[in-house]
Design a protein. Sequence first.
Length: 365
Amino acid sequence: MPSFQSVSILDQQREVILYGAGNIGRQVDGILTRRGWTVRCFLDQNAQPGAHWQGVPILRPDNDVLTPAEHDLPVIITIFNRDVNIPLVAERLAEWGYGACISFVDFHARFSTELGDRFWLVDRDYYAVCREEMDRAQPLWADELSRTIYLDLIAFRQTGDYAKLPVPQPDQVQYFPTDIVGWPPALPLRFVDCGAYDGDTLAVLAQLNHPVEAVAGFEPDLVNFQRLADRARRLQPMPRDGITLWPCGVAARTETLTFAAGQGEGSRLSQEGGAVIQCVALDDVLPGFRPTLIKMDIEGAEPDALRGAQWLIANHRPALAISVYHRPDHLWQIPLMLAQWDSRYRFYLRAHAFDGFDTILYAIP
């Protein structure tokens, strides 16, 4: 595990390099420039010859342009997503001869006001305020791995120490892990897919050859929905009771809400959204569906959507696969809420991607 430098190194060094020329890199460039730092260049694996951003060159990391002294400048890794192994990036930068690396997670801790909240990434003082609730949720986890993941995620969020971050298990499939006893629940599945995106989870089901009796899928972004519908028509074998698709969001009540569309799998409910969509409560639209598994990956709307499915959960006790990384408090508030509704559920936690992304709560009745 490579060592990262504290962001405090910037107090002594006023010239830096940014690794990653995407939206985060450009935002970091703006913050630093306004505060008097100089960004020497961006590094990006996909850099094209002559590329630049507002006069700052964008170079490949293996370039021969930078001098040895410039290689020694601090490098801020301006990447924060589920697909990039940040410690591995730091290792490769060291192999290319670059100097100290600062992670975006640590940089955010210094400039959280300017950068704003991003998924679970918020001002670190937030976690001290929530300590009582975090402690109440800890005994809910049903196996040692879940408890370890829970405590390690909290420790990473509080410190930014990548040595504490759970590493995703490449042999475990998101929503269908094989290391949880009793998962998936009773087959064939009657599957409710909230945040069905383009049908990617349906494709995984088909690949795993899990028998499926019926599917109800919900996807409010119309571009995603069309892809979902196209994939569903091609799905083989088709569930016995078919697939029903809803171009709707899922919420606590059946109502219209504002929505930020056109962002792929990141489309979400938002007060600043430019679209208005129909949302439904699962209790209203699936009274006779008898679900055995409900999955939710709906960009932070999971608690409200669960409240809109409380009758279904109480009467049919389906297994639940719920994303708990879109907001910082979902990691403990969602299991606490579900345990209050039904103390007989067993709760498991698995982290399926880097930087704490794709962390899923698995609840077994």
